[in-house]
Design a protein. Structure first.
Length: 283
């Protein structure tokens, strides 16, 4: 079954994929493509995390989605797609928000994490797991800016590596503390806390696919030790309207609370996230 790609990865590379436990946080338009590609590559186990259900506007972008899937958990759809792609795959589904104890317990025992949920709370908690438990992650996203008069700005896709101890999402200004505080409240309170009602962002499958292809290719090459340089930890920003690609090296604050030895780096069960998880479980 894996003959064609094992010609690139080698038998050991293919076996490595089969031994990996990979989480996908967010199973929307981007996450559903990640699930499909990882399953078809032969990744041994996927952890699927998302608390939302499918609605009609999701159908054009969720791989394998049908109208009968409306109102079903996105975790169910992702699990079905993964099993169709690879009947031998092992799956753990968590239909909860990423900061839930159930989700965090699964995340901290993964080998890699794909962050495909576009929320500041998801960024914060995945960032914490990466640095406390030394688990690499990739953030995958698409930004389509639209002005009030309908003008389209500079579209970009982002594939950002989150490497333990090498700058974090806080250091690089990718988490807004105000938005994070709002998102940590129940849904009704979140809406009341915003002065401007939320407007769904544009989203189309080809741009999602562009971002995912970059992210999963890097994961694949890293897993099989096929990168030409082990120091290639930069992020890729792709501007499809001008066909430009830019590499961004991560920045690191000397006293960062998360990604430095004086903070939570490598503290595992003694870190802030683990302590909060335990407290939440007890309560």
């Amino acid at each position: 079954m894996w003959d064609r790609q094992a010609r690139l990865l080698g038998d050991r590379g293919q076996e490595t994929l089969a031994r990996l436990r990979v989480a996908i946080v967010g199973l929307g338009g981007v996450g559903s493509i990640v699930v499909e590609e990882l399953a078809r590559l032969g990744v041994g186990e996927l952890v699927l995390i998302d608390n939302e259900t499918v609605d009609a506007t999701n159908l054009p972008r969720l791989l394998g989605a049908e109208r009968s899937d409306i109102d079903k958990p996105k975790t169910d759809l992702a699990a079905r797609s993964a099993t169709r792609a690879n009947p031998q795959i092992r799956l753990t589904t968590v239909p909860r928000r990423v900061e839930s104890p159930e989700a965090l317990r699964e995340l901290v025992v993964c080998d890699w994490i794909f962050l495909t949920a576009d929320s500041h709370s998801a960024r914060h908690w995945v960032n914490a797991v990466v640095h406390e438990f030394l688990i690499p992650a990739t953030q995958v996203g698409v930004k389509i800016p639209v002005s009030p008069d309908g003008g389209i700005g500079q579209i970009h896709t982002a594939t950002r590596l989150i490497t333990p101890g090498v700058g974090c999402m806080w250091c690089n200004g990718l988490i807004d503390p105000t938005e994070l505080a709002i998102e940590m409240h129940p849904e009704a309170e979140r809406e009341q806390a915003r002065y401007v009602p939320g407007v769904p962002a544009p989203s189309v499958m080809p741009l999602n696919t562009l971002a995912v292809g970059e992210a999963v290719t890097h994961f694949l090459l890293a897993s099989a030790s096929l990168h030409e340089s082990d120091d290639d930890l930069g992020s890729v920003i792709h501007l499809p309207r001008t066909r430009e690609r830019h590499l961004q090296d991560p920045r690191q604050s000397a006293r960062c609370r998360w990604c430095t030895p004086t903070g939570n780096l490598g503290r595992g069960a003694d870190g802030e996230l683990a302590a909060r998880k335990a407290a939440t479980t007890r309560s």
